[in-house]
Design a protein around this ligand. Structure first.
Ligand code: CO
Length: 209
């Protein structure tokens, strides 16, 4: 991949968009009103808009290693706050993926320097669900289950945020947990019952709003 190739690609992309609609960029530049906030992994194989068949302007995106919503991460918190309060998104999607290197690294003992404290968040997910995970004998299946449980825990982290709780109370927002299966390209909806999850944890996290 040459960088010059990207600029040629870009010229082609601009020409294609304009041939379909001469006002495409004029309209795009006027502002955004996406319905979806997508929080996914930085993994180069897990694209956001592309795999959902969506276009520029459709999705507000935040990506980091292993799609984490860490409680004290100002970047993720700002993205979520802006999406919920100012863009009024209707859906927050947390999308993990099987084959996630971040999740795999957190299952190993290797010293990864600055990544250690970051990946410890996933080890915490493992500890929370240790009983269920340790009962899975097959390494690959256990790893897949951790990917799913990590998504579920990040959905919970989203629900801890005051502005999300307010929007939930108005039934203005839904949180979804998904996993992309890279071997098939298919998005799997984990069908996490967020209302049940919220009922379960709200005695701890509910804010007086
Ligand atoms: Co990943």
């Amino acid at each position: 991949m040459q960088i010059s190739e990207i600029f040629r690609n870009n010229e082609r992309w601009v020409a294609e968009k304009l041939s379909g609609d001469p006002e495409y960029f004029t309209n795009l530049s006027k502002g955004q009103a996406p319905d979806i906030l997508y929080i996914g992994c930085s993994d180069s194989r897990v694209t956001a808009e592309d795999m959902m068949g969506l276009n520029p302007g459709d999705v507000f995106v935040h990506r980091n290693i292993a799609n984490l919503v860490i409680n004290t991460d100002l970047s993720a918190a700002s993205v979520i706050n802006y999406a919920v309060v100012h863009l009024n998104v209707k859906h927050i999607v947390i999308c993990g993926h099987y084959g996630c290197g971040g999740v795999q690294a957190a299952m190993g003992a290797k010293d990864l320097g600055i990544l250690n404290p970051y990946l410890r968040e996933i080890r915490d997910v493992y500890r929370l669900h240790r009983k269920v995970l340790n009962e899975i004998e097959d390494d690959d299946l256990r790893y897949k289950r951790l990917v799913e449980l990590n998504v579920q825990e990040q959905c919970i982290n989203v629900a801890k945020i005051a502005e999300v709780q307010k929007a939930y109370r108005r039934s203005a927002i839904t949180v979804h947990g998904w996993v992309l299966d890279l071997t098939s390209g298919k998005i799997i909806d984990l069908e996490i019952d967020m209302n049940a999850v919220l009922r379960d944890i709200m005695e701890i996290y509910e804010l007086d709003l």
